[in-house]
Unconditional design. Sequence first.
Lengths: 518, 159
Amino acid sequence: MIPRIYIPADSGALALGAEKVARAIEKELKERGVEAKIVRNGSRGAYFLEPMVEVATDRGRVAYGPVKPSDVKSLFDSGFLTGGHHKRWLGAPDKIPFLAKQTRLTFARCGINDPLSLDAYKSLGGLRGLQNAVAMAPADVVKQVTESGLRGRGGAGFPTGIKWKTVLDTAGAQKYIVCNADEGDSATFADRMIMEGDPFVLIEGMAIAGIATGATKGFVYIRSEYPHAVATMNKAVAIARKAGVLGLNVLGSPNAFDMEIRVGAGAYVCGEETSLLNSLEGKRGVVRAKPPLPAIQGLFGKPTVINNVISLASVPIIMDKGATFYKDFGMGRSRGTIPIQIAGNVRNGGLFETAFGLTLGEIVDEIGGGTASGRPVKAVQVGGPLGAYFPRALFDTPFDYEEFAKRDGLIGHAGITVFDDTADMLKQARFAMEFCAVESCGKCTPCRIGSTRGVEVLDKVAAGIEAEKNLALVTDLCNTMKFGSLCALGGFTPYPVMSSITHFPEDFKPAPARVAAE
Amino acid sequence: MTMQAASTEIASRTAAIIDEMKGLEGPLLPILHSIQEEFGYVPKDALPVIADGLNLSRAEVHGVASFYHDFRAKPAGRHVLKLCQAEACQSMGSDAVAAKVKQLLGIDFHETARDGSVTLEPVYCLGLCACSPSAMLDGEVIGRLDDEKIEEIVAEVRS
């Protein structure tokens, strides 16, 4: 048997030098006259171990990481092609604690094989959900997704099945499935990982959505900051089309469904669903007022399902194993699993898919292993740039849509950024306002003007000018933005700002007092 | 790419791109991306050609092209360096990274070095948030930036 070496081609692994490692391994194989097959897989998401190289042996996979090009010679000397011991030896990848503790449903296949091998996809249960769906009545598919309890993983948490039912029940000569892959929130990379590491699961999920709602055309709107995801998705769509997964007869059934990959152009607000639709139509990415809901008048005015990547990629397993299987994971009204992305100043950063319900403290301290800098954790921002900053005092909050809302936070797309005690929360609050000002689409006044005024007022606080009065003004401004903005950009920017003020008041004290306090 | 094409040539190459893509549903963004790929920026002279080809007003086309951060109104340097400035990278010192890069290159964000070697831009998230601070150089991703990597990048864009 020719040895197989797996070297990730995921962006995260590439950013940490996977390409140089691959070249070093190729060179070493050549020099030693050893024959081996190199497979470029996705990432399993343990980024603190990337580039993580795996070797297929008689006793299963053996992982090594993080591998540097300078490790390659000694890896060969240690007999790594047969799983030999080395300082980078990690053992069986599924036994690595960070990975072993996860419940992988949506990401079950991500990072294991060549993402563009449809055979590998099928060998690990791929396409079974779609096969079941083509044999069912559309209403039954929608019912199964509704019963699974799946809620929009983009952040809003709206029940996916109910959205689909509206589209199914709305008459239209043409309907669309739009996948929101404009993953602009800092600390999130789940969409990118699945598109680069298991693209067929997204294609399968979109095809199921098409069959369930009567839509025959899909679009994936991917942000331009993700060139590798765009390339992988384009290739995967071509392969799926050739194999009959997409086309006039999906898996040989009478159902037609095809899709296109579209690329965004650097506007954060296009992650908001209605501005994404405008962007796809070739317009400025300006937010639309709702109603009408996109499910009734969406892309080009036609009934449209618009779902996040992870929502759609979670559908195949629901259609394969059933609604009950999925629903049995989780807590309260948050059912199933959620890919938590642990990022920023953290020791063990990466993607951790698990059932809802872990506490924030368990995620940050136990799984994340505390800060990368070794300093105490001061704050964690949950849910991206529009999410609240939580102090340690709130680390008992369970990861659940409602529990976070109760504490004036949100889980959003499930990204967590860890900050150590060097973070200046006034600076973070100012950044939130500044970011909103730069990225505002300009449609509504509270967001467009409020964010700029917010920066100015926070600058006054920082300069110690009537701090108390100006903080009261910021609070009032946040209230206006929260309730007066059309979409989540202006409406949620108050979350990071107000949580900083509420939980870290010492950082907002006038400058002289702050110096004196230190 | 730093040589700006003559306006008649811009018009004919733009028209060819439009012909190829106007059958798409919602073709304007794909067309603008193709034009930027072709010329390295979206030339002003291309806008009326697009408006004509898609039966839009010039104002509409200008409105779209200027809305999105990606579309450049003038050519970039030979290299484009994007530094992530979003929260996850902030938590790992992206401010200091940006300050150092700006100092070494002698330019600020949104500027191009006088010798045309490099354009420096901020970017808000590359999805490398567990490998912060991160950057993108000509489409290649770089994570866990430190002084050594910064110096390598600067040497590369200067060569």
